[in-house]
Design a protein around this ligand. Sequence first.
Ligand SMILES: [Zn+2]
Length: 59
Amino acid sequence: MKFEISDEMLRKIEEWDSCIPIDVTGAKYAYTFIPTGIGLVVNVRCDVCNRVLGLSDDF
Ligand SMILES: [Zn+2]
């Protein structure tokens, strides 16, 4: 099982959140990878607005 963000996931994340990063590096997302019985779940938290988006790897 690979722990990485696919282009499809990145697109969903960008649709979901359009905050301007406050970090000078441009980083604003914290990723949490959770292997479950039905596949990998990825929680993405925006450091700017503190919302959490749940994604699974089976689009
Ligand atoms: Zn945000």
